[in-house]
Design a protein around this ligand. Structure first.
Ligand code: IPT
Length: 957
């Protein structure tokens, strides 16, 4: 054995690698021993691929002065910055594009681990052993006990090596050299952090003589007869038993029995065993048949509707090294928010995640670890997916995904990858996959002609286009017109938003061909940072980066649901309840594809002026999927109270399930039963002029400027018209979208620096009127704004009239008033809650009485931006004042101004001042999805037009 500098040619070689075993199904044996090699490893970082020779792989090498890293892990997230830093780019390669060459500066991590075989490890003469790597980014070379056993690429795919002949009972030396950049990096240009390391498990598996090798569980379901057919094809002959079904057959032999099918809604699994001469392998069998039929994606004979999300693997401290508990948390959160599907964007997830999808029930589009998006910068020239030299690497990736995951009932489609253009390599992958597994469909978005796919898939198509596709008016090839449609990405959840989900859902549900979609994306990839809270692109000094485009999830980095997830849960709820609260009936429709309503219990509540005055159970028949029933509500409780009244009907889990507690709310609706009385204040008091102040009822005003000073002794600062909001990521839009990027245009027109000109302060018998013009410098546009104050002696009413002047080419961000209060801690309100809402994100806003601290009103978007508005507020109490709106208003309050919110880059930039700034808005502009999709629909624009709105203020107590 000699140790010399090994050639590093393999790093830039387009081939997938050498030395690894052929891919096979991923499973955990019941009886074969295994040894996890996760834990603390010795670690040495070098700046280039060839800086060190391979002597560290030798027996007896002293790594005593090396650092340590945790495996699984990414070295750039360990060592407090001593091991380099993460880099975030969306689609730009962070190195010169010259495939397959990579930079000389190629951080290379040598990992070393010495291990003994456990006591119960079988004799080394009994069978063999396999060393398995579940994920290493991006290229690794492996030595065991000084022998070079191979090298591989394909970061999120498993690689196994036969190592039985190399093992010894004690002192085994496992050396792994990991290069951050390799030819494989060209195939892994997903929009995410570049994070090198051994980030998934490393395991040594004993392979007894006569053990199982690879096997393929075929478990189909005949929905007409109610029969399941099971056949397990196995490389090694054996028997398959499923005790619950009395099945005991040889491998390769089909058997048909009555079964309950598997669906995402009813994830029925049967435990079985594959027994070969040398081992027993547990099977979790789900019977289901996926088919393309009548131009639709059908499972067990029924068309399904995806209510899905794109899931990257993410943990704010550990990156893509996820533990089982975190994976389970994701699945439970998804189930509790009514999601039924996941696209594993953009690579196969940790295999345990798919076990969870089988168990809890989620449809899965399993996506291959392939994206070459950066080639779009050069019009896709030299794209590896259209270059035969790369095809073996593509086929290797396809095979490693399909072979690993083929036994999961949850996987209903294979996806070739993401954003890789088109080319012969993709066609080869598709052909190979179709040949290997005819029981599932093939997906790929980048091919709009659907040459290689079984579904027409798009991303971020706007509502109008989706509608046209639904109606079959989208044109395209004949082949494509016959295919079902999904949006593999839509609703870009970056920052505040996405807006417009309810409008998409209505369209999906109206047209058979539209089979739903997947929100982009599940989680914000913020990295926990000691000074910044959560870091995003640029925070590690990257010379090229895409900022907070990496924080675009429905959950925050710490997995707290964002308002976007709460909204989505409501929009996709599986039970529809509509009706007229006044006539006391509600029409209930089962929106599940497979389940009846027997798992749900319905309850009603009756509110008067936001207070619940009665509740009870509502008997609802166990409707079959698609069925509806008219259900009579009880007589409204006799309270003797008049006021605005409302029914709330909720569908709850009748019993605890695997994913949710009893009484968990699955669906709900509110049905108005009696209208709100509008506030009336008789203008009976007259303004009284003093030396410096004018008083009117409880109000005191500056005599010269007419500015409000206090109400009933409560100081009120800076009350004035306000149109500015700290633009959301969706307001700002993405750089490639230019015509309606309102956030950009608002700044161009100067809406963030409006000037207030005082024109007149007029005192009448019954009113104080202040006339102003609110306008930005350098522009002719403006808003004539009149504040008219009246009082009945105890209450103070403000009526604001706004008349636009000039040629307004942009909508307004918001329209309302803002003012500062010195002392305000808690807020109570009657209106929408508990969370924030905007015109096109308001489905989940529940009308009622709510209470919160000012701090809890804030939504902690990783990059600070407009947030926290509560919709439909009738009245609010804050800082000693009660404010009633005519009509209802949008309420927000924060310890900083919108301008401060606007300049903050991280939450840690926001400093609480002494003042609480309150916004009472008559209107808010919609949110939309323009950070990567369409902006708000026109009906959610806040147009500059003549408007009038009022607030009534009174001092509490
Ligand atoms: C689309 C990508 O597929 C996804 O990975 C992510 O980058 C998303 O956009 C934006 O967050 S590609 C888009 C430019 C159409």
């Amino acid at each position: 054995m000699s140790f010399r500098t090994t050639s590093t040619d393999y790093v830039e070689d387009v081939s997938p690698g050498s030395g690894a075993l052929p891919p096979r199904a991923w499973y955990a044996s019941s009886d074969a021993t295994s040894l996890s090699l996760n834990g603390t490893w010795r670690f040495r970082l070098s700046p280039t691929a060839d800086a060190e020779d391979d002597s560290f792989a030798a027996d007896g090498y002293d790594a005593g002065d090396w650092a340590e890293v945790a495996v699984p892990g990414h070295w750039v997230l360990q060592g407090d910055g001593a091991f380099g830093a993460p880099i975030y780019t969306n689609h730009l390669y962070p190195f010169p594009v010259d495939p397959p060459r990579v930079p000389t500066e190629n951080p290379t991590g040598d990992h070393l681990r010495v291990f003994d075989l456990p006591e119960d490890w079988p004799a080394l003469t009994d069978g063999g052993a396999v060393l398995r790597f579940d994920g290493v980014e991006s290229c690794a070379r492996v030595w065991l006990n000084g022998t070079d056993i191979g090298e591989f690429k394909g970061s999120r795919l498993p690689h196994e090596f036969a190592v039985g002949h190399l093992l010894k009972p004690a002192g085994n030396v496992l050396a792994v050299r990991v290069h951050q950049w390799s030819a494989g990096s060209y195939l892994e240009d997903q929009d995410q952090w570049w994070l090198p390391g051994i980030f998934r498990d490393v395991t040594l598996l004993h392979r007894p003589t006569g053990c199982a090798a690879d096997f393929f569980v075929h478990a189909s379901y005949d929905h007409v007869e109610g029969l399941g057919t099971l056949r397990v094809d196995s490389d090694v002959d054996g028997r398959v038993t499923v005790p619950e079904l009395d099945i005991d057959v040889a491998t390769g032999e089909p058997v048909t029995v009555p079964v309950e099918p598997w669906t995402a809604e009813t994830p029925r699994l049967y435990d079985g065993v594959l027994a070969t001469e040398g081992e027993r392998v547990p099977l979790r069998i789900g019977f289901r048949t996926v088919a393309l039929e009548d131009g639709l994606i059908k499972v067990n004979g029924r068309a399904i509707l995806f209510k899905g999300v794109n899931r990257h693997e993410w943990h704010p401290e550990r990156g893509r090294a996820l533990d089982l508990q975190t994976m389970r948390e994701d699945v439970l959160l998804m189930k509790r928010h009514n999601l039924n599907s996941v696209r594993t964007s953009h690579y196969p997830p940790h295999p345990a995640f798919l076990d969870l999808c089988d168990e809890y029930g989620l449809w899965v589009i399993d996506e291959c670890d392939l994206e070459t998006h950066g080639f779009t910068e050069q019009a896709w020239r030299d794209n590896p997916v259209d270059d035969d030299r790369w095809t073996p690497a593509l086929l290797d990736r396809a095979a490693r995904m399909v072979e690993r995951d083929k036994n999961h009932p949850s996987v209903v489609m294979w996806s070739l990858g993401n954003e890789a253009g088109t080319g012969r390599g993709l066609t080869a992958m598709s052909e190979w996959i179709h040949g290997r597994d005819g029981s599932r469909l093939v997906h790929y978005e980048g091919d709009w002609n659907c040459r290689d796919t079984d579904v027409y898939s798009r991303m971020y198509a706007d509502h109008a286009e989706v509608e046209r596709i639904g109606r079959g008016l989208d044109g395209g090839t004949r082949l494509r017109r016959g295919l079902p449609f999904i949006q593999c990405e839509y609703g870009h959840a970056m920052g505040n938003g996405p807006g417009g989900l309810a409008d998409y859902q209505r369209i999906f549900e109206a047209h058979e061909r539209l089979q739903g979609g997947f929100i982009w994306e599940w989680i914000d990839h913020g990295i926990k940072h000691p000074e910044l809270g959560y870091a995003y692109g640029g925070d590690f000094g990257e010379e090229l980066h895409d900022g907070n485009f990496v924080c675009d999830g429905l959950i925050f980095p710490d997995r707290t649901p964002s308002p976007g997830l709460v909204e989505y849960k409501k929009v996709i709820e599986p039970v529809r309840m509509e009706g007229d609260g006044a006539d006391g009936t509600v029409r209930i429709t089962n929106g599940y594809d497979f389940a009846d309503l027997s798992a749900l219990a319905f309850v009603w509540a009756y509110q008067v002026d936001g207070e619940t005055v009665g509740t009870g159970a509502l008997p609802v028949p166990a409707l079959a999927p698609g069925e509806s029933a008219e259900v009579k509500l009880p007589e409204p409780p006799a309270t003797g109270r008049s006021g605005e009244s409302l029914w709330t009907v909720r569908a709850l889990l009748a019993e605890e399930t695997a994913w949710g507690p009893k009484d968990h709310v699955v669906a709900w609706a509110q049905l108005p039963a009696g209208e709100r009385q509008s506030v009336s204040v008789a203008a009976s008091a007259a303004p009284v002029a003093g030396e410096r102040l004018i008083t009117l009822g409880p109000g005191a005003f500056d005599a010269r400027t007419g500015a409000l000073r206090s109400i009933g002794g409560v100081d009120v600062a800076g009350l004035r018209l306000d149109v500015w909001r700290a633009p959301t990521d969706n307001d700002d839009g993405a750089s490639w979208q230019d015509d309606t990027r309102w956030g950009v245009l608002w700044r161009k027109y100067g809406l963030h620096r409006m000037r207030h000109r005082l024109d007149a302060v007029e005192r009448d018998d019954d009113a104080l009127t202040v006339r102003t013009r609110v306008a930005p410098a350098a522009r002719e546009i403006g808003l004539r704004t009149v504040y008219r104050w009246t009082s009945d002696g105890t209450r103070l009413k403000l009526t604001v009239s706004v008349a636009p002047e000039g040629d307004w080419k942009v909508p307004l961000p918001r329209l309302g008033i803002r003012f500062g209060l010195a002392r305000a801690e808690r807020v109570e309100w009657f209106g929408g809650g508990p969370g924030e809402a905007y015109p096109d994100t308001r489905s989940a806003s529940v009308l009622g009485r709510w209470e919160s601290s000012v701090d809890e009103l804030q939504t902690p978007y990783v990059r600070p931006q407009e947030n926290g508005a509560r919709a439909d507020v009738r009245w609010a109490r804050i800082g000693g004042l009660r404010i009633e709106g005519d009509p209802e208003f949008w309420f927000s309050a924060r310890r900083w101004t919108s301008e401060q919110l606007d300049t903050a880059r991280h939450l840690t930039d926001l400093r609480s001042g002494d003042t609480v700034w309150v916004n009472l808005d008559h209107g808010q502009h919609g949110i939309g999805s323009q950070s990567c999709g369409p902006g708000p629909l026109p009906q959610y624009y806040l147009r500059a037009e003549p408007t009038e709105f009022s607030f009534v203020f009174s001092k509490i107590g």
